[in-house]
Ligand binder design. Structure first.
Ligand code: V55
Ligand code: FE
Length: 489
Protein backbone atom coordinates (compact mmCIF):
# COMPACT_ATOMS: atom_id res chain seq x y z
CA UNK A 1 0.00 0.00 0.00
CA UNK A 2 1.09 3.48 -0.70
CA UNK A 3 -0.29 6.57 1.05
CA UNK A 4 -0.93 9.60 -1.09
CA UNK A 5 -0.79 13.21 0.11
CA UNK A 6 -4.19 14.65 1.04
CA UNK A 7 -3.96 17.37 -1.62
CA UNK A 8 -6.33 18.16 -4.53
CA UNK A 9 -4.20 16.08 -6.93
CA UNK A 10 -4.89 12.93 -4.88
CA UNK A 11 -8.28 13.40 -3.20
CA UNK A 12 -11.97 13.48 -4.17
CA UNK A 13 -12.50 12.66 -7.85
CA UNK A 14 -8.67 12.61 -8.24
CA UNK A 15 -8.23 9.85 -5.64
CA UNK A 16 -5.88 7.24 -7.13
CA UNK A 17 -7.71 4.02 -8.02
CA UNK A 18 -5.19 1.82 -9.84
CA UNK A 19 -7.53 -1.17 -10.15
CA UNK A 20 -7.38 -3.30 -13.30
CA UNK A 21 -10.69 -4.97 -14.11
CA UNK A 22 -13.01 -6.60 -16.63
CA UNK A 23 -16.72 -6.03 -16.11
CA UNK A 24 -19.18 -7.83 -18.38
CA UNK A 25 -22.88 -7.18 -19.05
CA UNK A 26 -23.19 -3.77 -17.40
CA UNK A 27 -26.58 -2.45 -16.34
CA UNK A 28 -28.06 -0.32 -19.13
CA UNK A 29 -30.90 2.19 -18.66
CA UNK A 30 -32.57 2.99 -21.99
CA UNK A 31 -31.48 1.52 -25.30
CA UNK A 32 -28.01 1.53 -26.83
CA UNK A 33 -28.46 2.63 -30.48
CA UNK A 34 -27.56 -0.05 -33.03
CA UNK A 35 -25.01 2.33 -34.58
CA UNK A 36 -23.07 2.53 -31.33
CA UNK A 37 -21.21 -0.72 -31.96
CA UNK A 38 -17.53 -0.61 -31.10
CA UNK A 39 -15.19 0.49 -28.32
CA UNK A 40 -14.80 3.81 -26.54
CA UNK A 41 -11.10 3.87 -25.55
CA UNK A 42 -10.11 6.31 -22.82
CA UNK A 43 -6.77 7.47 -21.42
CA UNK A 44 -6.88 7.79 -17.65
CA UNK A 45 -3.89 9.04 -15.64
CA UNK A 46 -3.71 7.19 -12.31
CA UNK A 47 -0.57 7.19 -10.15
CA UNK A 48 0.41 3.74 -8.91
CA UNK A 49 2.80 5.09 -6.26
CA UNK A 50 2.80 8.05 -3.91
CA UNK A 51 5.21 10.83 -4.89
CA UNK A 52 8.41 11.39 -2.90
CA UNK A 53 8.41 15.12 -3.50
CA UNK A 54 5.90 17.93 -3.77
CA UNK A 55 4.93 18.61 -7.38
CA UNK A 56 1.92 20.53 -8.66
CA UNK A 57 2.47 18.98 -12.07
CA UNK A 58 2.09 15.45 -10.72
CA UNK A 59 -1.45 15.42 -12.09
CA UNK A 60 0.06 15.23 -15.59
CA UNK A 61 2.65 12.56 -14.86
CA UNK A 62 0.37 9.93 -13.36
CA UNK A 63 0.70 6.47 -14.95
CA UNK A 64 -1.45 5.96 -18.01
CA UNK A 65 -4.30 3.51 -17.73
CA UNK A 66 -6.26 2.39 -20.78
CA UNK A 67 -10.00 2.10 -20.33
CA UNK A 68 -12.21 0.34 -22.85
CA UNK A 69 -15.99 0.61 -22.77
CA UNK A 70 -17.28 -1.84 -25.34
CA UNK A 71 -20.68 -1.85 -27.03
CA UNK A 72 -21.78 -5.06 -28.70
CA UNK A 73 -25.32 -6.01 -29.73
CA UNK A 74 -26.93 -3.54 -27.34
CA UNK A 75 -24.83 -4.72 -24.38
CA UNK A 76 -21.90 -2.99 -22.71
CA UNK A 77 -18.76 -4.11 -20.92
CA UNK A 78 -15.77 -2.29 -19.45
CA UNK A 79 -12.09 -3.05 -18.92
CA UNK A 80 -9.15 -1.18 -17.44
CA UNK A 81 -5.39 -1.84 -17.47
CA UNK A 82 -2.21 0.02 -16.66
CA UNK A 83 -0.14 0.80 -19.72
CA UNK A 84 3.04 -1.08 -18.87
CA UNK A 85 5.46 1.67 -19.72
CA UNK A 86 9.13 1.26 -18.87
CA UNK A 87 8.53 3.84 -16.14
CA UNK A 88 5.57 2.01 -14.63
CA UNK A 89 7.40 -1.31 -14.77
CA UNK A 90 10.49 0.17 -13.10
CA UNK A 91 8.39 1.59 -10.26
CA UNK A 92 6.46 -1.67 -9.83
CA UNK A 93 9.79 -3.52 -9.62
CA UNK A 94 11.09 -1.04 -7.03
CA UNK A 95 7.79 -0.99 -5.12
CA UNK A 96 7.83 2.80 -4.89
CA UNK A 97 8.08 5.97 -6.99
CA UNK A 98 11.40 6.59 -8.74
CA UNK A 99 10.52 9.58 -10.88
CA UNK A 100 10.39 13.09 -9.43
CA UNK A 101 8.76 16.22 -10.80
CA UNK A 102 6.74 16.52 -13.99
CA UNK A 103 9.15 16.53 -16.93
CA UNK A 104 12.21 17.03 -14.76
CA UNK A 105 14.60 14.05 -14.85
CA UNK A 106 17.04 15.92 -12.60
CA UNK A 107 14.67 15.24 -9.70
CA UNK A 108 14.58 11.45 -10.21
CA UNK A 109 16.01 8.73 -7.96
CA UNK A 110 19.30 7.28 -9.27
CA UNK A 111 17.55 4.00 -10.21
CA UNK A 112 15.43 5.92 -12.75
CA UNK A 113 18.48 6.88 -14.83
CA UNK A 114 18.12 5.84 -18.45
CA UNK A 115 14.50 4.72 -18.11
CA UNK A 116 12.02 6.32 -20.57
CA UNK A 117 10.03 8.81 -18.44
CA UNK A 118 6.90 9.00 -20.57
CA UNK A 119 3.62 7.75 -19.10
CA UNK A 120 1.28 7.19 -22.08
CA UNK A 121 -1.60 8.89 -20.26
CA UNK A 122 -3.17 11.42 -22.64
CA UNK A 123 -4.81 10.06 -25.82
CA UNK A 124 -5.65 6.68 -27.31
CA UNK A 125 -5.06 7.01 -31.08
CA UNK A 126 -6.42 4.43 -33.52
CA UNK A 127 -4.78 4.31 -36.93
CA UNK A 128 -4.08 1.62 -39.54
CA UNK A 129 -5.09 -1.24 -37.26
CA UNK A 130 -3.01 -0.12 -34.28
CA UNK A 131 -3.98 1.40 -30.94
CA UNK A 132 -1.41 3.84 -29.57
CA UNK A 133 -1.40 5.55 -26.17
CA UNK A 134 0.19 8.94 -26.59
CA UNK A 135 1.79 11.51 -24.29
CA UNK A 136 3.50 14.58 -25.68
CA UNK A 137 6.78 14.14 -23.77
CA UNK A 138 7.75 10.87 -25.45
CA UNK A 139 6.91 8.29 -28.05
CA UNK A 140 3.57 6.48 -27.87
CA UNK A 141 3.04 3.01 -26.48
CA UNK A 142 1.24 0.41 -28.55
CA UNK A 143 -1.52 -1.51 -26.78
CA UNK A 144 -3.50 -4.55 -27.96
CA UNK A 145 -7.02 -3.20 -28.57
CA UNK A 146 -8.63 -6.52 -27.62
CA UNK A 147 -6.75 -7.52 -24.47
CA UNK A 148 -5.40 -4.07 -23.48
CA UNK A 149 -2.01 -5.72 -22.98
CA UNK A 150 0.92 -3.39 -23.63
CA UNK A 151 2.98 -4.32 -26.69
CA UNK A 152 5.69 -1.70 -26.13
CA UNK A 153 7.05 1.71 -27.05
CA UNK A 154 6.21 2.40 -30.69
CA UNK A 155 8.53 4.08 -33.20
CA UNK A 156 6.63 3.32 -36.41
CA UNK A 157 8.70 0.31 -37.27
CA UNK A 158 12.04 1.91 -36.41
CA UNK A 159 11.37 4.88 -38.69
CA UNK A 160 10.67 7.71 -36.22
CA UNK A 161 13.68 9.86 -35.31
CA UNK A 162 11.83 12.24 -33.01
CA UNK A 163 12.07 11.43 -29.30
CA UNK A 164 8.59 12.93 -28.79
CA UNK A 165 5.21 12.65 -30.45
CA UNK A 166 2.06 14.67 -29.85
CA UNK A 167 -1.02 13.33 -28.09
CA UNK A 168 -3.08 15.30 -30.64
CA UNK A 169 -2.71 13.67 -34.01
CA UNK A 170 -4.95 14.59 -36.97
CA UNK A 171 -6.27 12.08 -39.49
CA UNK A 172 -7.15 13.31 -42.96
CA UNK A 173 -10.64 12.01 -43.77
CA UNK A 174 -9.89 11.58 -47.48
CA UNK A 175 -6.35 10.17 -47.55
CA UNK A 176 -6.46 8.36 -44.19
CA UNK A 177 -3.01 9.76 -43.39
CA UNK A 178 -2.04 10.44 -39.79
CA UNK A 179 -0.38 13.83 -39.28
CA UNK A 180 1.80 14.22 -36.19
CA UNK A 181 4.53 16.36 -34.68
CA UNK A 182 6.78 16.32 -31.65
CA UNK A 183 8.24 19.24 -29.70
CA UNK A 184 11.45 19.11 -27.66
CA UNK A 185 12.09 16.51 -30.35
CA UNK A 186 15.74 15.96 -29.41
CA UNK A 187 15.65 16.69 -25.70
CA UNK A 188 14.68 18.86 -22.82
CA UNK A 189 14.19 22.55 -23.54
CA UNK A 190 15.02 22.14 -27.22
CA UNK A 191 13.35 24.28 -29.91
CA UNK A 192 13.44 21.37 -32.36
CA UNK A 193 10.05 20.34 -33.75
CA UNK A 194 9.52 17.17 -35.74
CA UNK A 195 6.71 16.95 -38.28
CA UNK A 196 5.83 13.52 -39.62
CA UNK A 197 3.21 11.82 -41.77
CA UNK A 198 2.06 8.20 -41.55
CA UNK A 199 0.20 6.86 -44.57
CA UNK A 200 -3.13 5.03 -44.40
CA UNK A 201 -1.28 1.69 -44.15
CA UNK A 202 0.65 2.82 -41.07
CA UNK A 203 3.95 3.53 -42.83
CA UNK A 204 5.89 6.63 -41.78
CA UNK A 205 6.54 8.28 -45.12
CA UNK A 206 8.10 11.58 -44.15
CA UNK A 207 9.73 13.27 -41.15
CA UNK A 208 11.13 16.79 -41.16
CA UNK A 209 12.49 18.97 -38.37
CA UNK A 210 12.46 22.72 -37.84
CA UNK A 211 13.06 25.24 -35.05
CA UNK A 212 10.22 26.88 -33.14
CA UNK A 213 10.63 30.58 -32.21
CA UNK A 214 11.12 29.40 -28.61
CA UNK A 215 10.64 26.18 -26.62
CA UNK A 216 6.91 26.08 -25.92
CA UNK A 217 4.32 23.57 -24.77
CA UNK A 218 2.76 22.61 -28.11
CA UNK A 219 -0.18 20.51 -27.04
CA UNK A 220 -2.22 20.39 -30.26
CA UNK A 221 -2.03 21.44 -33.90
CA UNK A 222 -4.30 21.55 -36.95
CA UNK A 223 -4.34 20.62 -40.60
CA UNK A 224 -6.40 21.89 -43.51
CA UNK A 225 -6.87 20.24 -46.88
CA UNK A 226 -3.59 21.73 -48.11
CA UNK A 227 -1.77 23.17 -45.07
CA UNK A 228 -0.45 22.31 -41.64
CA UNK A 229 -0.43 24.84 -38.79
CA UNK A 230 1.92 24.82 -35.80
CA UNK A 231 0.49 27.16 -33.12
CA UNK A 232 2.90 28.32 -30.40
CA UNK A 233 1.76 29.94 -27.16
CA UNK A 234 4.14 31.34 -24.54
CA UNK A 235 4.17 28.54 -21.98
CA UNK A 236 7.92 28.04 -22.13
CA UNK A 237 10.69 25.76 -20.91
CA UNK A 238 14.20 26.78 -19.95
CA UNK A 239 16.65 23.88 -19.69
CA UNK A 240 18.76 25.66 -17.04
CA UNK A 241 15.73 26.04 -14.77
CA UNK A 242 14.91 22.36 -15.21
CA UNK A 243 18.54 21.35 -14.46
CA UNK A 244 18.36 23.36 -11.25
CA UNK A 245 15.37 21.20 -10.20
CA UNK A 246 12.79 23.82 -11.17
CA UNK A 247 9.54 23.67 -13.07
CA UNK A 248 9.43 22.57 -16.69
CA UNK A 249 6.91 25.25 -17.63
CA UNK A 250 6.27 28.90 -16.88
CA UNK A 251 3.73 31.04 -18.69
CA UNK A 252 5.10 34.35 -20.03
CA UNK A 253 2.36 36.99 -20.36
CA UNK A 254 4.56 39.41 -22.30
CA UNK A 255 5.70 37.00 -24.97
CA UNK A 256 4.17 36.78 -28.47
CA UNK A 257 2.22 33.78 -29.70
CA UNK A 258 2.97 32.49 -33.21
CA UNK A 259 1.46 30.27 -35.85
CA UNK A 260 3.74 28.52 -38.34
CA UNK A 261 1.96 27.68 -41.62
CA UNK A 262 3.24 25.51 -44.46
CA UNK A 263 1.86 23.37 -47.27
CA UNK A 264 1.25 20.04 -45.59
CA UNK A 265 3.35 18.10 -48.10
CA UNK A 266 5.82 20.98 -48.41
CA UNK A 267 9.28 21.53 -47.05
CA UNK A 268 9.85 23.11 -43.63
CA UNK A 269 11.83 25.85 -45.41
CA UNK A 270 8.42 27.04 -46.67
CA UNK A 271 7.13 27.71 -43.13
CA UNK A 272 5.60 31.19 -42.76
CA UNK A 273 5.34 32.63 -39.26
CA UNK A 274 2.36 34.75 -38.23
CA UNK A 275 2.45 36.74 -35.00
CA UNK A 276 -0.52 36.39 -32.64
CA UNK A 277 -1.48 38.16 -29.40
CA UNK A 278 0.84 38.15 -26.38
CA UNK A 279 0.32 35.85 -23.43
CA UNK A 280 -2.52 33.73 -24.83
CA UNK A 281 -2.85 29.98 -24.31
CA UNK A 282 -4.72 27.10 -25.88
CA UNK A 283 -4.74 23.39 -25.16
CA UNK A 284 -7.32 22.19 -27.68
CA UNK A 285 -8.25 23.22 -31.18
CA UNK A 286 -11.60 22.54 -32.82
CA UNK A 287 -10.60 22.60 -36.49
CA UNK A 288 -9.04 24.63 -39.29
CA UNK A 289 -10.10 25.04 -42.89
CA UNK A 290 -9.49 27.08 -46.01
CA UNK A 291 -12.27 29.56 -46.77
CA UNK A 292 -11.81 29.64 -50.54
CA UNK A 293 -10.88 33.34 -50.37
CA UNK A 294 -7.22 32.96 -49.52
CA UNK A 295 -7.57 32.58 -45.76
CA UNK A 296 -7.16 29.79 -43.24
CA UNK A 297 -9.77 29.88 -40.48
CA UNK A 298 -8.36 28.31 -37.32
CA UNK A 299 -10.78 27.64 -34.43
CA UNK A 300 -9.48 27.04 -30.93
CA UNK A 301 -10.41 27.10 -27.22
CA UNK A 302 -8.29 30.13 -26.34
CA UNK A 303 -7.71 32.04 -23.10
CA UNK A 304 -5.53 34.93 -21.98
CA UNK A 305 -3.39 32.78 -19.69
CA UNK A 306 -2.47 29.11 -19.26
CA UNK A 307 -5.42 27.45 -17.51
CA UNK A 308 -3.40 25.06 -15.33
CA UNK A 309 -3.10 26.37 -11.75
CA UNK A 310 0.28 24.65 -11.24
CA UNK A 311 1.73 26.45 -14.28
CA UNK A 312 0.26 29.79 -13.17
CA UNK A 313 1.80 29.27 -9.71
CA UNK A 314 5.23 28.57 -11.21
CA UNK A 315 4.82 31.79 -13.22
CA UNK A 316 3.80 34.02 -10.30
CA UNK A 317 0.29 34.29 -11.75
CA UNK A 318 -3.07 33.64 -10.14
CA UNK A 319 -5.87 34.39 -12.59
CA UNK A 320 -9.27 32.88 -11.86
CA UNK A 321 -10.94 31.00 -14.74
CA UNK A 322 -13.75 33.58 -14.98
CA UNK A 323 -11.11 36.33 -15.43
CA UNK A 324 -9.01 34.55 -18.03
CA UNK A 325 -10.95 35.59 -21.15
CA UNK A 326 -11.80 32.07 -22.29
CA UNK A 327 -13.48 31.86 -25.72
CA UNK A 328 -13.79 29.78 -28.84
CA UNK A 329 -11.65 31.99 -31.07
CA UNK A 330 -11.41 31.94 -34.85
CA UNK A 331 -8.01 33.15 -36.05
CA UNK A 332 -8.11 34.37 -39.63
CA UNK A 333 -4.76 33.81 -41.31
CA UNK A 334 -4.32 35.36 -44.74
CA UNK A 335 -2.27 33.43 -47.25
CA UNK A 336 -1.76 36.49 -49.42
CA UNK A 337 1.80 37.62 -49.98
CA UNK A 338 3.35 39.65 -47.19
CA UNK A 339 0.63 38.92 -44.62
CA UNK A 340 2.14 38.15 -41.20
CA UNK A 341 -0.52 38.96 -38.64
CA UNK A 342 -3.70 37.36 -37.36
CA UNK A 343 -7.26 38.66 -37.01
CA UNK A 344 -9.46 37.16 -34.31
CA UNK A 345 -13.22 36.79 -34.10
CA UNK A 346 -15.02 35.11 -31.21
CA UNK A 347 -17.30 32.29 -32.39
CA UNK A 348 -18.18 30.55 -29.14
CA UNK A 349 -18.12 30.58 -25.35
CA UNK A 350 -15.35 29.61 -22.92
CA UNK A 351 -14.78 25.89 -22.55
CA UNK A 352 -12.62 23.04 -23.75
CA UNK A 353 -12.62 19.57 -25.34
CA UNK A 354 -13.88 20.68 -28.77
CA UNK A 355 -14.89 17.90 -31.15
CA UNK A 356 -16.11 17.70 -34.75
CA UNK A 357 -17.21 14.84 -37.00
CA UNK A 358 -14.06 13.02 -38.14
CA UNK A 359 -15.05 13.45 -41.80
CA UNK A 360 -14.83 17.25 -41.45
CA UNK A 361 -11.22 17.26 -40.21
CA UNK A 362 -9.41 20.14 -41.91
CA UNK A 363 -12.47 20.92 -44.02
CA UNK A 364 -15.36 23.41 -43.86
CA UNK A 365 -17.72 22.29 -41.09
CA UNK A 366 -21.16 23.30 -39.92
CA UNK A 367 -21.12 22.26 -36.27
CA UNK A 368 -19.10 20.93 -33.37
CA UNK A 369 -19.43 20.09 -29.70
CA UNK A 370 -17.56 21.19 -26.60
CA UNK A 371 -17.76 21.23 -22.82
CA UNK A 372 -18.37 24.36 -20.79
CA UNK A 373 -19.56 25.58 -17.39
CA UNK A 374 -23.29 26.11 -17.00
CA UNK A 375 -23.55 29.83 -16.15
CA UNK A 376 -26.84 29.20 -14.34
CA UNK A 377 -25.52 26.42 -12.11
CA UNK A 378 -25.98 27.06 -8.40
CA UNK A 379 -23.10 25.84 -6.27
CA UNK A 380 -19.55 24.87 -7.17
CA UNK A 381 -18.50 22.56 -10.01
CA UNK A 382 -17.17 19.10 -9.11
CA UNK A 383 -13.48 19.46 -8.19
CA UNK A 384 -11.11 17.31 -10.22
CA UNK A 385 -8.82 17.03 -13.23
CA UNK A 386 -5.73 19.16 -13.88
CA UNK A 387 -7.60 22.49 -13.96
CA UNK A 388 -9.24 21.68 -10.63
CA UNK A 389 -12.86 22.06 -11.80
CA UNK A 390 -14.81 19.71 -14.04
CA UNK A 391 -17.20 20.89 -16.78
CA UNK A 392 -20.95 20.51 -16.26
CA UNK A 393 -22.52 21.42 -19.60
CA UNK A 394 -22.29 19.94 -23.09
CA UNK A 395 -22.87 22.22 -26.09
CA UNK A 396 -23.58 21.71 -29.77
CA UNK A 397 -22.40 24.82 -31.60
CA UNK A 398 -23.79 25.49 -35.05
CA UNK A 399 -21.93 27.76 -37.47
CA UNK A 400 -24.77 27.94 -40.00
CA UNK A 401 -27.10 30.00 -37.83
CA UNK A 402 -28.98 27.23 -36.02
CA UNK A 403 -29.40 27.77 -32.27
CA UNK A 404 -26.87 26.43 -29.79
CA UNK A 405 -28.00 23.22 -28.07
CA UNK A 406 -27.05 22.50 -24.48
CA UNK A 407 -27.23 19.60 -22.07
CA UNK A 408 -26.53 20.94 -18.59
CA UNK A 409 -26.00 18.39 -15.84
CA UNK A 410 -27.73 18.45 -12.46
CA UNK A 411 -25.73 19.79 -9.51
CA UNK A 412 -22.75 17.66 -8.38
CA UNK A 413 -22.39 16.01 -11.81
CA UNK A 414 -19.64 16.52 -14.39
CA UNK A 415 -18.61 15.48 -17.88
CA UNK A 416 -15.46 13.89 -19.20
CA UNK A 417 -14.58 14.49 -22.87
CA UNK A 418 -17.12 12.84 -25.22
CA UNK A 419 -16.32 11.00 -28.43
CA UNK A 420 -18.42 11.31 -31.57
CA UNK A 421 -19.91 8.23 -33.24
CA UNK A 422 -21.07 9.02 -36.79
CA UNK A 423 -24.44 7.89 -38.12
CA UNK A 424 -24.95 6.38 -41.53
CA UNK A 425 -28.41 7.97 -41.81
CA UNK A 426 -28.33 11.10 -43.99
CA UNK A 427 -28.98 14.24 -41.98
CA UNK A 428 -28.42 12.47 -38.64
CA UNK A 429 -25.73 14.02 -36.44
CA UNK A 430 -24.71 10.72 -34.89
CA UNK A 431 -24.07 10.11 -31.21
CA UNK A 432 -21.89 11.34 -28.40
CA UNK A 433 -20.55 8.87 -25.86
CA UNK A 434 -19.16 10.24 -22.61
CA UNK A 435 -18.43 9.42 -18.98
CA UNK A 436 -20.54 11.33 -16.46
CA UNK A 437 -19.38 11.46 -12.84
CA UNK A 438 -21.75 12.11 -9.94
CA UNK A 439 -20.52 13.22 -6.53
CA UNK A 440 -22.55 11.78 -3.65
CA UNK A 441 -20.25 12.87 -0.82
CA UNK A 442 -16.71 14.11 -0.15
CA UNK A 443 -15.27 10.77 -1.23
CA UNK A 444 -18.26 9.13 -2.85
CA UNK A 445 -18.65 9.09 -6.62
CA UNK A 446 -20.73 7.11 -9.11
CA UNK A 447 -20.03 6.85 -12.82
CA UNK A 448 -22.15 6.25 -15.89
CA UNK A 449 -21.39 6.16 -19.58
CA UNK A 450 -24.01 8.20 -21.43
CA UNK A 451 -25.02 7.95 -25.06
CA UNK A 452 -26.58 11.15 -26.35
CA UNK A 453 -28.11 11.95 -29.73
CA UNK A 454 -25.55 14.45 -31.02
CA UNK A 455 -28.12 16.59 -32.86
CA UNK A 456 -30.67 16.54 -30.06
CA UNK A 457 -28.79 17.28 -26.86
CA UNK A 458 -31.87 18.64 -25.09
CA UNK A 459 -33.51 15.19 -25.12
CA UNK A 460 -30.86 13.94 -22.68
CA UNK A 461 -29.16 10.56 -22.83
CA UNK A 462 -30.82 7.76 -24.83
CA UNK A 463 -28.84 5.24 -22.80
CA UNK A 464 -26.97 5.30 -19.50
CA UNK A 465 -24.57 2.49 -18.66
CA UNK A 466 -23.66 2.01 -15.01
CA UNK A 467 -19.94 1.51 -14.40
CA UNK A 468 -19.69 -0.13 -10.97
CA UNK A 469 -16.09 0.97 -10.38
CA UNK A 470 -14.50 4.22 -9.21
CA UNK A 471 -13.14 6.15 -12.18
CA UNK A 472 -10.52 8.89 -12.12
CA UNK A 473 -10.99 11.76 -14.60
CA UNK A 474 -10.20 10.78 -18.17
CA UNK A 475 -8.08 12.98 -20.41
CA UNK A 476 -8.96 12.09 -24.03
CA UNK A 477 -10.89 9.29 -25.69
CA UNK A 478 -11.17 7.72 -29.15
CA UNK A 479 -14.08 5.87 -30.76
CA UNK A 480 -13.14 2.71 -32.67
CA UNK A 481 -16.03 1.10 -34.51
CA UNK A 482 -16.53 -2.67 -34.56
CA UNK A 483 -15.62 -2.60 -38.28
CA UNK A 484 -12.33 -0.84 -37.50
CA UNK A 485 -11.58 -3.19 -34.60
CA UNK A 486 -11.98 -6.12 -36.98
CA UNK A 487 -8.93 -4.79 -38.86
CA UNK A 488 -6.68 -4.80 -35.75
CA UNK A 489 -3.16 -6.02 -36.55
C1 V55 B 1 -2.24 18.26 -21.02
C2 V55 B 1 -2.34 16.99 -20.49
C3 V55 B 1 -1.20 16.26 -20.28
C4 V55 B 1 0.03 16.82 -20.59
C5 V55 B 1 0.12 18.08 -21.12
O1 V55 B 1 -4.56 18.62 -21.13
C6 V55 B 1 -1.02 18.80 -21.33
C7 V55 B 1 -3.43 19.06 -21.29
C8 V55 B 1 -2.35 14.43 -19.33
O2 V55 B 1 -1.17 15.01 -19.75
O3 V55 B 1 1.14 16.10 -20.36
FE1 FE C 1 -5.18 17.32 -24.85
Amino acid sequence: MTTFPQTPEYTGLNTPIGVEYDLADLTVHGTIPAEVEGTFFRAVPDPAFAPFMEDGGAILSADGMISAIRFEGGKASAAMRFVQTARHNAEVAAGHALFGKYRNPYTDKPEAAGVDRTVANTTPIWHAGRLLLAKEDGRPYRVDPRTLETIGSYDFGGKLKSETSTAHARIDPVTGELFMFGYEADGLGSTKISYFIIDSQGKLTREQWFDAPYCAMMHDFVITENYVLFPIYPTTCDAERVKAGGDHWVHEMERDSWVGVMPRYGDVSELRWYKGPKGVSCYHMMNAHEDGAGNILFDQCLSNVNAFPFIQKASGLNIAPQDSGGRLARWIISLSEGADSITEVVIGPPGDFPIIPADRQGRPFSHGWMLTMNPEMQGPPVAGGPVGAMFNMLLRLDFTGQPVQALPLPPAHCYNEPVHVPSSQAGHDGWLVTLVDRQDGPDAFAHECWIIEAGNLGAGPVARVEIPQRMRPQVHGWWVSAAQLATAL
